[in-house]
Design a binder for this molecule. Structure first.
Ligand SMILES: *Cc1c(COP(=O)(O)O)cnc(C)c1O
Length: 474
């Protein structure tokens, strides 16, 4: 399988796009054709374990990696010891025609583990083959950074420099990152807000000479390795739902998915599963008050907001107003035409927005994406209502998904709500919703009490450079 840029030209194969995902012309890497999966294939996959299914699905995209090697990577990424559930991704009925898909059983209690654990294995494998080293540089406001650090800790040939805003993360998020004592993990607490962190990362990443000299790379949400690994759980969830059906009803049985969205990475993987042939009826995109994507899917107008106009909400991992993966969807919407995609992004750069309402209404059946917005009050109400009806406590992001999903439940079509984080990560909102502080279990308490390892730096590019120069692998 070869990878092309959404703005034209060939990039390389899977191993080439694992570190970056960005093409030199500014476009994003996409597979040159979508692999297809038919009903017979799905049936053949029915009895596979999660790591076995991952090998099959990712293998459709990583065609140059020998199957035995890929199987080893997937076994390591999804070994039962790393997940609270022995099936890695459990499904739980929560009533109202909805089922929770448990994507947060991994080491950092958020769905990003599902992709990041695989990416950690895959990067180490690719680097061992090429003999290179990689210094991963990133900025985080919480979930991405900890998932990346837990996936990359202790690995040969890889180190992590993760910037986080001083005093802006929850105690739990801080503990999850800063308690890591691994030599190759460098937590950098910047005096500033998340945007300052991101800005620092961006200016270093734009210095190509510095980047090359210090082998700097990223594992952010445009990473195609992550996108490909996320496709697995859509197929897994469909298989588990149809397990319950008589054999003759399984073929073509449709389910819908509700996806709490920020950078459009998770739902893009769902769209890929649908384009590959998985019987998906609707993909329900849920946003919080930062509802740029909801506006786009309702009206066809895409009007990203500046970071100053992005609200800090109680589902913070969805506080995104410029979805980095949207270009991959637009590429498909425009008939996989790189020239039109490039032109659309040119319009965006010059006018700050674009309008694709006619394309969107013409092809809405083909993509099946519908959308809605949820607010802080909605989150509280939704957490409370599922807690009282089923005893299941969902986190604020998952609550955004479930809230929006309610409007799109259809009789006979299971609505699979992706659980993107565990509630204990967001204790304040849970206690606001349920009236009592979330229980702190012994494991959480131990994490909160563990010694922390973090370097404080001012919001200053020169000092960050010096720190990286001193600590980077070479
Ligand atoms: C990252 C994240 C999201 C958003 O996912 P995208 O792939 O960026 O759309 C939603 N919920 C949680 C808990 C997350 O960590």
């Amino acid at each position: 399988m070869r990878y092309i840029s959404t703005r034209g030209g060939t990039i390389g194969q899977y191993s080439d796009i694992l570190v970056e995902g960005l093409a030199p012309n500014g476009g994003l890497a996409v597979p040159e054709r979508m692999p297809q999966v038919d009903a017979a294939q799905l049936e053949q996959w029915r009895d596979l374990s999660y790591p076995e299914l991952a090998t099959e699905v990712i293998g459709l995209f990583a065609t140059e990696i020998p199957r035995n090697d890929l199987a080893k990577l997937c076994r390591a990424a999804y070994e039962p010891a790393k997940y609270a559930s022995d099936r890695a991704v459990p499904l739980t009925d929560i009533g109202e025609g909805m089922t929770l898909v448990g994507l947060s059983e991994g080491p950092t209690l958020a769905f990003k583990d599902m992709a990041m654990q695989f990416l950690g294995e895959a990067l180490e494998y690719v680097l061992a083959t090429s003999g290179d080293v990689l210094n991963v540089l990133g900025a985080t406001s919480g979930d991405t950074g900890s998932a990346a650090e837990h996936a990359l800790r202790g690995r040969d040939r890889i180190s992590v420099f993760m910037l986080s805003p001083q005093g802006r993360m929850s105690a739990f998020q801080r503990a999850q990152m800063y308690s890591l004592q691994d030599e190759n993990v460098h937590n950098i607490a910047v005096e500033g807000v998340f945007d300052d962190c991101q800005h620092l990362v961006k200016s270093l990443a734009e210095d190509l000479a510095f980047k090359r000299e210090h082998h700097i790379g990223a594992v952010n949400s445009i990473n195609f390795g992550r996108i490909s690994a996320q496709i697995v759980y859509y197929i897994w969830a469909w298989l588990r739902v149809t397990d319950e059906l008589p054999t003759e009803k399984r073929t073509g049985f449709e389910v819908s998915f509700a996806v709490p969205s920020g950078n459009f990475g998770n739902i893009l993987s769902g769209l890929y599963a649908r384009l590959m042939g998985l019987p998906v009826r609707k993909l329900v995109l849920a946003t919080n008050e930062n509802n740029v994507l909801d506006e786009f899917f309702r009206t066809g107008r895409y009007r990203p907001r500046s970071s100053a106009d992005t609200l800090a909400t109680s589902s913070p991992s969805m506080d995104v107003s410029r979805a980095s993966n949207l270009e991959r969807f637009i590429f498909h919407l425009l008939g996989r035409d790189p020239e039109r995609t490039a032109a659309t992004w040119k319009t965006l750069a010059s006018e700050g927005e674009f309008d694709l309402s006619s394309e969107l209404s013409r092809f809405s059946e083909e993509f099946g994406i519908v959308s809605g917005t949820s607010t802080h009050q909605d989150r509280l109400d939704t957490i409370r209502s599922f807690n009282s009806s089923t005893g299941v406590t969902i986190d604020p992001h998952t609550a955004d998904g479930a809230k929006v999903a309610r409007d799109f439940v259809e009789p006979g079509v299971p609505m699979l709500v992706l659980e993107t984080a565990k509630p204990q990560k967001f204790a304040d909102t849970i206690s606001e919703a349920l009236g009592s502080p979330a229980e702190v279990d012994a494991e959480t308490q131990a994490l909160l009490d563990a010694p922390q390892r973090v370097t404080k730096l001012p919001n200053d590019e020169a000092q960050l450079r010096a720190f990286i120069e001193e600590n980077a692998l070479r």
